[in-house]
Every structure is written in structure tokens, then in C-alpha cells.
Design a protein around this ligand. Structure first.
Ligand SMILES: [Cu+2]
Length: 436
């Protein structure tokens, strides 16, 4: 992308920030009036220009297909420009942001044209339920976790935004769904509440999702499942924790290179809503040792063929005081893989960086032992070929829960902020990691 295109893109983005903030500056002089008019025009978000970041990567239809910038939540990405294209093709001449982002309005009414839920974790809760959202960040950039309509208390202060650096975690966002931070008083109410990275470029290029608050009474605010297919099934939910104080549990995980639905795009020329798949590298949990030993590259790909749109990244969820033995096999064709945990107790042989703790392709399984002695949320990722493997998805997270949290939280979610390895994502070149 050249400098002119970048500045046009930046202009569009700054106008996104300025929506609704139009002020009259110096209307007396003709030049000033003209300038004011130009500034005012900028307040109309130019989605075509916003799409320029994509257009330079291809022409015509290909430009739309390839419109993505590598910012995602849990490896999935839906560009707001694509939703704009879909709405305009369905007859809304100038869709606004609300129309693009929301599946349902706060009063439960459906919009005139309903879009599929975004291809990112769709967090759900009933009005008044106690919710925690844990955020983990991977990749080379800083991201800002923000959720609409809700506040939480952190160190005695109310917050609704928090910055995360690479491999940083934030798990203090706890509130009542649709309600307050410390009491379920009326606040946001039922409806769709956007959560997103607050780096604006990241949000519009895919780093956003929805927190859907359903009414208490069971009158569902669900979108039409038949019309929307599999959308919204990818929940971001933290699994029920394993083990307990003094217990040892075994967990089996396969590192596999498999197709994953990483983005959804709309192509006006064919009127098709397409899901883009790429060969991601994933930690795929399996049920038991038998399945673990039987796993092959082909069998894991088969699993993904049926789960491509709903597969949830592995989250290792443990009760505080549990000792876990994680068995890792690598069925990827050529990359080594390992598990490097943060936050749990272990000795150096179990930290996923020594040669002895790296699982080689078609090599023997590697076992790591960790003690989950502190409640919290922790990164867990490959450390054998970190840049390339994390860029393609070889990450997870550890959640260690206290008994109090298990009682107090009705909904527990974890979202991972992630930047794609762009060469891999665009399919333009084979990723080249430094390796060991
Ligand atoms: Cu970001």
C-alpha cells in the first residue's frame, strides 16, 4: 500500500472516530466554509475507501475476497467493510455502524435486514447473570479490551477498557449481564453489546464480537437459526474445570495442521457469503489416551472438516490445587511444537523450551507436569517455533479457578486477541519462522 492510500485509509478511520461529533468551525469566510464542508463530508464514513487496504491486494472480486488485515479474536475475523457490502447489496444504501454490528436491538426487535452473527466468539448470558470475560493477547501488537454497556470494578475503580500487550492477560472484567458492576441494577439491559479491540483499525478489520444479553424470562432474543446456519455457536466459554486440590489429572492434546474457518467475506459479484479457510496450526484436545494414540494428521483434518466453523480453541481449565499431566503429540507435517505455560508451578524440564519438551513431527509424545497453585488466567502457547506457530494459531490459555469463583460466576468466557501471520493469511508466501 502506498502512502496516498494509507492516508486515505487513515482519513476514513479518523472520520469513524468523529461520527456524531460534527461542529461548525469558522463559517464566516468562504474558504473556511468550504473547508468546513469538506471536513463535514469526512464524517460520512467512506467504506469504499476503508476497503482500499484490501483493494491494493487484488482487483475486482478478488479484492473483496482478500479483504482482511490479520486482526482477529480467537483466530476468526469478520471485516466490517464486508458487512457493509452485504447490507448495501440487500438494499440499505448507506448502512450505519449499528446496522452492521448488531444482530438484534436492545428491545429484542430484529432489524429490517438481519446479518449473520459475526464469525467470532458470541458471548451469551441471561439478564442479571454474573459474568466474567477473560482476555488474553498474542501477536506483536497491543490491543485494548472494551465492552459496551458494562462496567466493572478493578482495584476500587470503575473501568470499561483495558490495554493488553503481547502475552498479557486481563481477567478482572466481571459484571452482571445487562446490569451493574456490583449489583444487578438496570443499566445496559438485554440486547447485543459489542466487545472489541479499541485500536480502531483492529476493530473494523475483524477484532470485534458481540455479547448477547438474553431476557431472564426465556423469551429468546435468539436470531433465526435456520436463516443463519451455524453462526453464533462459537461461544468462547471456559469449560468446567478439571481436578481438585491434591488430585492429578491427565489431558491429551494433539498439535495438528488443519483447515479452520478464519474469515467470512461477501462477494457482491456472485452474491455469495463465503467462509475462508486456511491451514491453521491448532492444539486439539482429544477425549482420552486411546484417541490420543490413534490421532493422525488425516484424522485430525477429518475432525476439522466438520468443525471448521464451530471449533473452539483449547482452554485448559483446572480447579486450584490440581496437578495436571499434559500429553502432547505432534502430527503436523514439518513444524516442531511445544507447550509453554505461564502462571503454573513447574520445573524447567516442563516449560516447553528445552529440546526434551519439544514434540517433533511424528515423534514420540511429550509429557509436561504442572501444578495449578494460583487462581487466575494464564497464556499457554507453543515455544518451539513461536513466531510462525503462534501466527498460525498454536496457542491456548490456562484458567485456574477457585471454589468461590465456581460458585459466584454463572458465565465464564475467554477471548483471545490474535494477529495473523499475514503471509500465511494471504496465502502469498509460505511462512518462515526462525525455529530452533
Ligand atoms: Cu487491537
Amino acid at each position: 500500500m502506498n502512502l496516498v492510500q494509507w492516508s486515505m485509509l487513515a482519513g476514513s478511520l479518523s472520520s469513524l472516530l468523529a461520527v456524531g461529533a460534527c461542529t461548525n468551525t469558522g463559517p464566516d469566510a468562504p474558504d473556511a466554509a468550504k473547508a468546513a464542508a469538506e471536513v463535514h463530508n469526512e464524517f460520512d464514513l467512506d467504506w469504499t475507501q476503508l476497503g482500499l487496504g484490501c483493494a491494493v491486494m487484488g482487483t475486482g472480486n478478488a479484492a473483496h475476497v482478500m479483504c482482511n488485515h490479520g486482526h482477529s479474536l480467537n483466530l476468526r475475523n469478520e471485516n466490517l467493510y464486508q458487512r457493509h457490502l452485504l447490507l448495501t447489496d440487500k438494499g440499505i444504501a448507506a448502512p450505519n455502524e449499528a446496522q452492521m454490528m448488531h444482530g438484534v436491538a436492545a428491545n429484542g426487535a430484529k432489524p429490517a435486514i438481519q446479518l449473520p452473527d459475526p464469525l467470532t466468539p458470541m458471548l451469551r448470558a441471561r439478564l442479571g447473570e454474573r459474568v466474567r470475560v477473560r482476555a488474553v493477547s498474542y501477536g506483536p501488537l497491543f490491543h485494548t479490551f472494551h465492552i459496551h454497556g458494562h462496567l466493572w470494578v478493578d482495584n476500587g475503580k470503575r473501568k470499561d477498557t483495558r490495554v493488553l500487550g503481547p502475552a498479557e492477560v486481563y481477567d478482572a472484567a466481571e459484571f452482571y449481564a445487562g446490569g451493574g458492576a456490583v449489583a444487578p441494577e438496570p443499566r445496559a439491559g438485554a440486547g447485543d453489546w459489542m466487545y472489541h479491540c479499541h485500536v480502531e483499525q483492529h476493530a473494523v478489520t475483524g477484532m470485534w464480537g458481540m455479547f448477547r444479553v438474553l431476557p431472564k424470562d426465556g423469551a429468546l432474543l435468539e436470531v433465526d437459526a435456520a436463516a443463519l446456519g451455524k453462526d453464533g455457536r462459537f461461544t468462547g466459554e471456559v469449560p468446567t474445570p478439571l481436578g481438585g486440590p491434591g488430585q492429578t489429572v491427565d489431558v491429551w492434546v494433539v498439535a495438528a495442521e488443519v483447515p479452520l474457518a478464519v474469515a467470512r467475506v461477501y462477494t457482491p459479484a456472485t452474491r455469495a457469503l463465503l467462509t475462508l479457510e486456511r491451514d491453521a496450526r491448532l492444539f486439539m484436545p482429544v477425549a482420552d489416551e486411546k484417541a490420543f494414540l490413534a490421532a493422525t494428521a488425516a484424522s485430525q483434518r477429518k475432525v476439522m472438516e466438520t468443525q471448521a466453523e464451530t471449533f473452539q480453541p483449547w482452554i485448559l481449565s483446572l480447579r486450584r490445587g490440581t496437578k495436571v499431566r499434559v500429553h502432547l503429540r505432534n502430527v503436523m507435517p514439518e513444524a516442531p511444537a511445544s507447550l509453554h505455560p505461564h502462571g503454573v508451578a513447574y520445573d524447567i524440564a516442563n516449560d516447553g523450551t528445552l529440546e526434551s519438551s519439544v514434540a517433533q513431527p511424528a515423534g514420540p509424545p511429550v509429557v509436561s507436569e504442572w501444578l495449578a497453585d494460583t487462581a487466575g488466567t494464564w497464556p499457554l502457547h507453543d515455544h518451539a517455533r513461536q513466531v510462525e506457530n503462534i501466527g498460525r494459531g498454536l496457542f491456548s490459555a490456562i484458567v485456574v479457578k477457585s471454589p468461590e469463583e465456581e460458585k459466584s460466576l454463572q458465565r465464564d468466557y475467554l477471548v483471545i486477541f490474535h494477529d495473523y501471520d499475514m503471509d500465511w493469511f494471504m496465502g502469498a508466501a509460505k511462512p518462515t519462522g526462525a525455529g530452533h
